[in-house]
Design a protein around this ligand. Structure first.
Ligand SMILES: [Zn+2]
Length: 382
């Protein structure tokens, strides 16, 4: 008989999820809002920095008021328009070309370049970001209980990598602010002090690899004077209460700044990210997002707005979907089982998660290719 899995009775997070504890009423620390105090402090600080940024006059030391991290997605396109046309900031729109991401956003970037009065720059460093990813995936199994977001380590590391690239760029060019358009949920888990961003990366990868990945440059950030360092601002903080993706997309389309694509932020590592979270933490990659949605629905029966880019239908049996996905993902990773059966199971699962027929077929295919993608990157699976 399988051991009984204990889950939070509100959001269904499993006991042992990294960084989460269940109390004796079977309610998890997220549902109990144990983090509320920390979150308020974080909000207050980010609000203050954003207000300071908005009021700041042009900095005479440099050509730009801010480096704006521009992905071409709806959030950052919406905000970039506001920065240049409403706030009147001298903006360097900085795009890091992540080699794992599909190029669906390229068209939006082109539209923005044609229509918005900002300076655009594209940065890339395929070799080093792949080297970092190999290191994350090929690590031995982490020790329990782990920390909040550990199941998303490859994804978090990728983001941190290009945020550090942006920090170095802003530091070199004397750009005082970096604007980062994370959605309201991501902001809560993001470090806003650039020195802490670098320090966290150092801790995770060790001084030798960290230094190698950035050509010895990040040590400068650790020892720089405070007023030489850029500050990170999260412009979505100001509008967190009415963050409404559908309205934003409608506004952008009206301005001719957006060509919609259902696969906007598609990451080619998505299947491997799930493999990583199942193998190391026994959960699917989007578990926290799904649980957060479940929590919102259980608190407010009329809740129907998702603050994330993915949707989880109300009727979804999360534990069941997760167990099925786990079986298929681990079998594919191990090179076991039947390809057509895997395909059918995956299509069925993604259709249950509100994906269109075409979308489900497409995502299923990427999961079936998991081993090839891993081999290509030098990642060991199975
Ligand atoms: Zn919970």
């Amino acid at each position: 008989m399988e051991p009984t899995i204990v889950r939070c009775k509100i959001c269904s997070l499993k006991e042992g999820h990294p960084g989460i504890v269940l109390d004796d009423q079977r309610v998890c620390s997220l549902c109990n809002l144990d983090f509320a105090g920390d979150l308020l402090v974080n909000y207050k600080y980010t609000n203050e920095v954003f207000a300071e940024f908005q009021a700041a006059p042009p900095d005479p030391r440099g050509e730009f008021d801010c480096l704006f991290m521009y992905s071409g997605g709806k959030d950052s396109t919406y905000m970039l328009d506001k920065f240049v046309n409403e706030y009147g900031k001298r903006t360097l729109a900085y795009t890091f070309d992540v080699p794992f991401e599909s190029t669906h956003a390229a068209q939006n970037i082109k539209l923005a370049q044609e229509k918005l009065p900002a300076t655009f720059v594209v940065d890339a460093d395929d070799d080093n970001i792949k080297k970092m990813m190999r290191d994350v995936f090929n690590r031995p199994r982490p020790k329990k209980p782990g920390q909040y977001l550990d199941e998303k380590l490859p994804c978090v590391s990728c983001r941190t990598f290009f945020v550090i690239r942006a920090i170095l760029h802003a530091y070199r060019e004397h750009i005082p602010y970096i604007a980062l358009c994370a959605d309201p949920q991501q902001i809560l888990t993001m470090e806003s002090n650039v020195r802490e961003v670098v320090r966290g990366f150092y801790k995770s990868f060790g001084p030798e690899l960290a230094s190698e990945l950035f050509d010895g440059e990040i040590e400068e950030i650790l020892f720089a004077e405070d007023d030489e360092l850029p500050k990170i601002v999260f412009p979505f903080i100001a509008m967190r209460h009415d963050y409404d993706p559908d309205r934003m997309v409608a506004e952008l389309k009206e301005k001719g700044l957006y060509a919609s694509s259902p696969m906007e932020t598609h990451c080619t590592l998505f299947p491997l990210l799930n493999y990583y979270s199942f193998k190391n933490w026994d959960c699917m990659f989007y578990k926290l997002n799904a649980s957060s949605y479940t929590r919102a629905v259980s608190r407010n029966k009329d809740y129907d707005r998702s603050t994330f880019s993915i949707k989880f239908p109300r009727s979804l049996d999360l534990p069941e979907v997760e167990e099925k996905l786990k079986r298929v993902v681990l079998e594919i990773a191990a090179g076991e089982g039947d390809r057509e059966q895997h395909r059918a199971a995956l299509v069925e699962l993604f259709k249950q998660m509100d994906t269109t027929d075409d979308g489900a077929a497409f995502i299923a295919e990427t999961f079936l290719d998991m081993r090839a993608v891993a081999a290509d990157l030098g990642i060991k699976v199975g």
